[in-house]
Design a binder for this molecule. Structure first.
Ligand code: NCD
Length: 321
């Protein structure tokens, strides 16, 4: 049992495959058969706060929905950078200390600064408070619950076989936290190889590559999208994170132009294996064309749906004695 969920290195394979994923399977099955009542009171009496300082659709709503389906009392503060006392200059530490004193069991936190979730967890522990932090994205840092649902999607779609696969990451690999988290999680599997395809300006950062080297993962870097497609078992596409690029208009325009050469449409899908998976954490902007939504390889909406089941499984696991 993990207290705070801050980064992917906390997850081990056995815990994911023996506990979280099978429980997520049960929730998927139950909800798809309309058996909401079967788990409605699993976490009644427990409480959840979603505290989001950055925009979100899936992460906030799937946590809110997961909590409610399990019978938790759920509060949501979205737009916290404008509608919380952060707008008056309050530090994250002070906000968290106060909110934790209101007896929340879980605080799901999204923040623009790397390390924010870790700081929040430290404040809680330093004051002997009881709330658990779930990192729902800390700037360009990590997004561990997203990586867990991404991995669950691969596990589910590939009939539990992850060892030996080749995963290609595309898009904005410099600023995307989902890539950082998923690459780390996949490194726990045997003989998984990776390729990172992006223009140099947004290529993957050295910390990820160092982590992969330390863990004996083979990888390659390229700026040629088409060369990566035939060998991919999973193509994990991401959007250009313009909100993390800065104010330089020239760079922003250049990245937007470059991005046009990294789109996945029918031409690209035709080069892929018939059973390859195309994934994306969403939101997509223009990097996956609508024309491939009906293709069986396109797994991104199933992936988003899995987020609900995985987050339910994670919440249940947090309170499992
Ligand atoms: C991602 C995020 O916020 O990091 N979205 C998500 O949580 N599903 C990816 C993104 O915003 O591009």
């Amino acid at each position: 049992m993990i207290k705070h969920i801050i980064e992917c290195s906390q997850f081990d394979r056995e815990w994911m495959e023996k506990r979280v994923f099978p429980t997520a399977d049960q929730f998927a099955d139950g909800l798809n058969r309309g058996l909401h009542y079967a788990f409605m009171n699993r976490l009644s009496g427990k409480s959840l706060l979603c505290l989001f300082f950055e925009p979100s659709t899936r992460t906030i709503k799937s946590h809110e929905r997961a909590g409610k389906l399990l019978g938790m009392s759920v509060d949501v503060t979205e737009n916290a950078s404008v509608f919380s006392s952060a707008a008056k200059g309050e530090s994250l530490e002070d906000s968290i200390q106060v909110l934790a004193r209101y007896h929340y069991d879980v605080i799901v936190l999204r923040h623009k600064e790397i390390g924010a979730a870790e700081r929040a967890a430290q404040v809680i522990d330093a004051h002997g408070l009881h709330a658990r932090i779930v990192n729902a994205g800390d700037g360009a840092g990590e997004h561990p619950t997203q990586a867990l649902l991404d991995l669950y999607t691969i596990w589910r779609e590939r009939k539990r076989k992850i060892d030996g696969i080749h995963v290609v990451f595309g898009g904005d690999l410099k600023h995307g936290r989902t890539v950082r988290s998923l690459a780390r999680l996949l490194a726990k599997y045997k003989n998984v190889t990776m390729a990172f395809v992006a223009p140099d300006e947004v290529q993957v950062t050295p910390d990820i590559l160092e982590y992969l080297r330390e863990n004996g993962v083979e990888y390659s870097l390229t700026d040629n999208l088409h060369s990566t497609l035939p060998s991919a078992d999973v193509f994990y596409q991401t959007r250009l994170q313009l909100e993390r690029v800065g104010e330089d208009e020239g760079l922003r325009r250049k990245l937007q132009e470059l991005q046009q050469h990294y789109r996945i449409g029918q031409t690209e899908v035709a080069l892929m294996k018939p059973d390859a998976l195309i994934m994306h954490p969403l939101p997509r902007v223009e990097e996956i064309l609508f024309e491939i939504d009906g293709n069986s390889r396109s797994a991104y909406f199933r992936q988003a749906q899995n987020g609900l089941y995985v987050r339910m499984a994670l919440l249940v696991d947090m309170f499992d004695k």
